[in-house]
Design a protein around this ligand. Sequence first.
Ligand code: NAD
Ligand code: ZN
Length: 359
Amino acid sequence: MKTLHVDLDERSYPIHIGPGLLGRPELIRPHIHGRQVMVVSNETVAPLYLEQVRQALEDFEQQAVILPDGEEYKNLETLNTIFDALLERRFNRRCTLVALGGGVVGDIAGFAAACYQRGVDFIQIPTTLLAQVDSSVGGKTGVNHPLGKNMIGAFHQPNCVLADTDTLNTLDDRQLAAGIAEVIKYGLIRDAGFFEWLEKNMTRLNARDPEALVFAIERSCRNKAEVVAEDEREAGSRALLNLGHTFGHAIETGTGYGVWLHGEAVAVGMLLAARLSALQGWLDEADVARIEALLLAAHLPVKAPGEMDADRFLELMAVDKKVLDGGLRLVLLRGIGRAVVTSEFDAGLLRRVLEEAAG
Ligand SMILES: NC(=O)c1ccc[n+]([C@@H]2O[C@H](COP(=O)([O-])OP(=O)(O)OC[C@H]3O[C@@H](n4cnc5c(N)ncnc54)[C@H](O)[C@@H]3O)[C@@H](O)[C@H]2O)c1
Ligand SMILES: [Zn+2]
């Protein structure tokens, strides 16, 4: 097991990473201060892991809320069912919410914890690779609104994160690959050594080798935690974490939510950002080839969907949240491991990259 301590202004909390952690109650118990624990999970994850978590929490007065599975349920109505459960069972201000599931469960449960009685304790047990390397670090919580994704939310840090790599064994291959896209992202934005490690170890990750997973998750969380610590409320450098995301969001919206997984769209987006960087003369063509090869090795897509032409891309990219004061800002690469946020790129070159995106 590896433990990473995330240091943020208000407090520091541990992220424990390793196999078999659900069977180690001593890792969670010290972070529960009252008697009451509410486990929030969903109908897919609960049958797999709720019993183990319940056993780890047997000393406490515990309840569970099981949410329907899917991004479409990440809304205020579902959030309210958590408040109903907490109030019906008379949970007090010293209660703890435990999120057991992927990023959707983590985001809703974390937001419930941020709001209930103006904020209660919260523990994350992320069970997707994406949740283990991304959504469980940084304290962003929230739900979607019909007019925008993640538009209603709060910053609320967990007391502890337990990333049990054994839970990834039941995840399907596509979801695993989607998580790996975010892992590759950390190498590209600020950790060239990690990128090289990924080039050598991708087969081990695909095979869910526990040791390789622990290494990659710890390194990813450390990178994210460092970026977040520099810029907790996203005033500037945190935007680097959006490498590939402006292109990726356009693909997600353009194809209709749920057709492409977020990580798959980000994979193509990162490659498009790399191609534009190369045309700008900032990145070697050889590095673009390395990035494409690594995405392919991770079984991720490298071509945009055929139905997306350059105009459609540009139209959808223009509504992305990084458009500040009229100018489109993108995260581009000055090398592998050196990302920059910039509006100083050639619009003609961007169009060319998008025209060739579907290959
Ligand atoms: N808060 C943040 O900083 C942050 C960052 C990135 C993403 N997110 C959010 O995270 C969400 C995406 O998270 P996700 O990719 O984990 O999706 P998800 O939570 O929908 O999980 C993907 C699927 O895998 C299933 N699942 C989860 N764990 C499993 C397991 N161990 N075995 C088998 N099936 C399992 C889920 O039930 C679901 O069907 C989005 O809503 C996104 O907005 C938040
Ligand atoms: Zn992402």
